[in-house]
Design a protein around this ligand. Structure first.
Ligand code: FMN
Length: 346
């Protein structure tokens, strides 16, 4: 199999496995079920006036929702990205596309990332694995990726445990912090950092922000578990066994948020990893996030049609507003600073 077939197969496998298989971490949850809002029977708010607008990357957006980085590089990925872009523009979601590595390595794939024409006004974020900075990628390659996407920012993903189990994974993560710092110094757009489902702790977030990272997407545990996804692609019995053993690792999404809240100074915070609906997004914001990101839970609609996505996005916004109505919070700022959330049992 040549490199192009290889990448095609990997992208297709990821989508199929995420749509059809159980890829949750063993015994792992986001922890949002341990938090509840303290309902206010008299909210003193007109539901019609609840406003969920916010701003991100210097743009005003109608919602605090983000499509987490998913795909690009293949024909099917193009359809998914197009559906996502149209729905995001329509409903005011920010949109992070999947890794642009394939497009740099094979310019014939570039068209699958040209989605700005479908989403002229919203923040769009380009994506690449930070580890690629140890495998030949530098400022020029990152610039190619953001130019292609006509992005407002670049997000670097940290995915050590995915690369470890991935049959073709890149596992040299040595010296990356310094390379991220150097990239921040010379890059012309804001750079963020995200995990892919194991979470980011406050100490690392702080260090990254101190060297110029603009936003942190915690991408915590409790949702898609990428060692499980890669296990299902692997035929190596050793890697499969290790994937099972590590499937409970990672910091649950809600714990990442509490950690960041208790140790302020982390710039813009995106909560993602296992989010399924607008009430969970509301909890994430009440625990300190600025935005809430959705990955695998919207993939089925993304594969189906822009219409299915628009319906799902409408529902998610309604759910968020319902949670805000329950506690009498009429704006995202009020929700973020609400005292009306408690840990169940405390
Ligand atoms: C099909 C699929 C492909 C993904 N590809 C990427 C990618 O290219 N780059 C990236 O940073 N994350 C990628 N992710 C990870 C998500 O952005 C997210 O961090 C992770 O799945 C956890 O969120 P979730 O539980 O909402 O899915 C992908 C996720 C899915 C479901």
């Amino acid at each position: 199999m040549n490199r192009r077939d290889d990448v095609n197969k990997r992208k297709a496998d990821h989508i199929q496995i995420c749509l059809n298989d159980d890829v949750n971490g063993r015994g792992m949850t986001t922890g949002f079920e341990k938090f509840s809002f303290i309902h206010q029977a008299l909210p003193e708010v007109d539901f019609a006036e609840i406003n969920v607008e916010t701003s991100f990357l210097k743009k005003k957006v109608a919602t605090p929702f983000l499509i987490s980085s998913m795909t690009g590089g293949t024909e099917k990925a193009m359809t998914i990205n197009q559906n996502l872009a149209i729905a995001a523009e329509e409903k005011g979601w920010s949109f992070a596309v999947g890794s642009g590595r394939a497009a740099v390595e094979d310019p014939e794939r570039a068209y699958t990332f040209r989605i700005r024409k479908y989403a002229p006004s919203i923040p769009i974020i380009a994506n690449v694995g930070a580890v690629q900075l140890n495998y030949g990628f530098g400022v020029d390659e990152c610039k190619k990726i953001v130019d292609l996407v006509e992005a407002d920012a670049l997000v670097l993903h940290l995915n050590s445990l995915q690369e470890l189990i991935q049959p073709e994974g890149n596992t040299n993560f040595r010296g990356l912090f310094q390379k991220i710092e150097e990239l921040c110094k010379s890059f012309h757009l804001p750079i963020g950092v995200k995990e892919v489902g194991w979470g980011i702790n406050s100490k690392l977030a702080r260090r990254l922000v101190d060297v110029g990272i603009s936003f942190i997407d915690v991408a915590g545990a409790g949702g898609t578990n990428w060692s499980q996804v890669e296990k299902l692609r692997s035929t190596d019995p050793l890697k499969r066994a290790v994937a099972d053993a590590i499937s409970g690792l990672g910091i649950p999404t809600s714990e990442c948020l509490l950690d960041l809240k208790q140790n302020e100074g982390s710039g813009t915070i995106i909560a993602s990893g296992g989010l399924n609906n607008g009430v969970e997004a509301a909890k994430a914001i009440a625990l300190g996030a600025d935005l809430a990101g959705f990955g695998r839970s919207i993939l089925a609609e993304a594969v189906t049609s822009e219409k299915a996505l628009i319906e799902r996005f409408t529902q998610t916004e309604y759910e968020l507003k319902a949670a805000m109505f329950s506690i009498g919070a009429a704006s995202i700022n009020k929700l973020k600073n609400t005292p009306s959330i408690k840990q169940v049992g405390y």
